[in-house]
Design a binder for this molecule. Structure first.
Ligand code: CAA
Length: 436
């Protein structure tokens, strides 16, 4: 049975008030959304000006042409599991939430480490999450994290949460062949979000999101490959087409509210494979709103640029990219955005996209400041291009590396404020992690 959008929205707004013992009999509007957010990046990075020089390209092509300045580079002991674990443990300790209160743990990724065992399962062990917890992984290229987020919103709205929170982690390492056009857009990192009732950061409006999907081959990674394959210029067209479709559906669902000058979308965060893509996206949206190019450029500087600062220092992180852009925006402007509406656009190649909106919480700025959210970008190690290329070579052999006998399995490990590291595989080809 299809539910009318207004009815669906009503159901979300009337999500049951819950307690740790189950849904309360009284029903009233309870906001749901992102309560806290944190991220993690690899320890090392490359300056794109160094990469440009090594590739014989003017640095302006990467820095202005693509809009990025640095790219994160993972070491052999860092992988999507360690990044997810670090982001999630920073989240729980920074937000003052106990792992005991997590009832759903979803990891969105397009760089899974196993065809069967989800990263969420490793994370569950590394963090010591409760046994009474639903744990799984979601995939649709860069859209996988958003699929997890909407699943969490439904879980809360249905009453299944019973006062608990959902932990949604987006984790990926973005890799293209060396010297390919995609190389300067590489990156790696994880973003972890707590999703709950009465969220402190962003109240979401999940019953009214615009969707777009189409079967296209703009970007893919066959099971045997570590590097992604991409039809670069076509992928840009697919992204823009998906944005148009999702945004137009969102505008229809919102009706006159979409264009309301009393309560406009004052900022928009996009999926950011590289900064210029977000700029093209905002131009497309302004075009759909009937604005001219000059106005679109002026709006980009105010409405989008603050969300691109962190992504430009990390590169593409696939599933986490939209949420790093959100974190970038909020870490810069949460105070002045308190109570205001922002737009969010998620794109996953292949393709699936969603445009939705949320409202920034009144205490978001104080929470992010207390969490010191940008700390992961301090004290990173700058790699020379020969060092980066040597790491890529070692990475090619990573999955064959035997784990040292002293390493422990995740379920034996405890965090104690330490960093998770990948050790290698044991004789049964199980991945082994430790804390350092
Ligand atoms: N100074 C300033 N700008 C310069 C320049 C210079 N010296 N030389 C070139 N440029 C500009 C170009 O004008 C161009 O800008 P516009 O797009 O505004 O015209 C920009 O630099 C890029 O240059 P090219 O058009 O020559 O493109 P490229 O060969 O560098 O490839 C790319 C660009 C296709 C995005 C490539 O980096 C790529 O394949 N990336 C991976 C795929 C990707 O990120 N796709 C995005 C959409 S799909 C998605 O979003 C999912 C995902 O996460 C992968």
């Amino acid at each position: 049975m299809m539910l009318a959008p207004d009815l669906l929205h009503q159901i979300y707004m009337n999500a049951k008030t819950t307690s740790s013992t189950g849904p309360s009999p009284s029903s009233r509007a309870v906001p749901i959304g992102i309560d806290a957010i944190a991220f993690a990046v690899p320890r090392a990075y490359v300056e794109l000006s160094d990469l440009a020089t090594a590739r014989g390209v003017p640095p302006a092509k990467y820095i202005e042409g693509l809009g990025n300045v640095q790219m994160a580079v993972a070491a052999p002991d860092e992988d999507p599991v360690t990044l997810a674990t670090e982001a999630a443990s920073r989240l729980l300790s920074g937000a003052g939430r106990s792992p005991d209160k997590i009832g759903l743990c979803i990891v969105g990724t397009e760089t899974a480490v196993d065809h069967s065992k989800p990263i969420a399962s490793y994370l569950h062990g590394m963090l010591g999450l409760p046994r009474a917890c639903r744990v799984f992984e979601t995939k649709h290229a860069c859209f996988g994290g958003t699929a997890g987020l909407f699943n969490a919103l439904d879980w809360i709205a249905s009453g299944s949460a019973r006062g608990r929170s959902a932990l949604i982690v987006c984790t990926d390492i973005a890799r293209y062949p060396l010297r390919s056009p995609g190389e300067p857009t590489q990156g790696g990192g994880a973003v972890a979000m707590l999703v709950s009732e009465r969220p402190r950061l962003v109240e979401l409006d999940p019953g009214r999101s615009g969707c777009y999907s189409q079967h296209v081959h703009d970007f893919w990674r066959p099971l045997h490959r570590k590097d992604a394959l991409v039809d670069g210029q076509f992928s840009v067209q697919c992204y823009l087409e998906a944005l148009s479709g999702a945004y137009e559906e969102w505008r229809q669902l919102m009706g006159p509210e979409a264009a309301s000058s009393d309560d406009p979308l004052v900022r928009t965060c996009y999926h950011v494979p590289y900064g210029k893509m977000a700029r093209k996206a905002h131009q497309r949206r302004c075009q759909l709103d009937g604005l001219d190019e000059k106005t679109a450029e002026e709006r980009f500087a105010i409405e989008v640029a603050p969300s691109l600062r962190l992504p430009s220092q990390v590169g593409n992180i696939y599933t986490g990219s939209l949420y790093l852009s959100l974190l970038s925006l909020l870490s810069a402007e949460a105070e002045e955005l308190a109570g205001k509406r922002i737009g969010l656009f998620s794109y996953g190649s292949g393709c699936a996209a969603e445009f939705f909106a949320g409202r920034v919480g009144p205490h978001a700025a104080a929470l992010l400041q207390a969490m010191d959210v940008t700390a992961p970008l301090r004290n990173r190690q700058r790699l020379s291009i020969p060092e980066y290329e040597a790491l890529r070579q070692r990475d090619a052999d990573q999955d064959q590396r035997p784990a040292p006998p002293s390493a422990v399995t995740p379920s034996d490990a405890t965090a104690a404020g330490q960093r998770a590291l990948y050790c290698g595989i044991d004789p049964q080809e199980r991945r082994v992690y430790t804390w350092q």
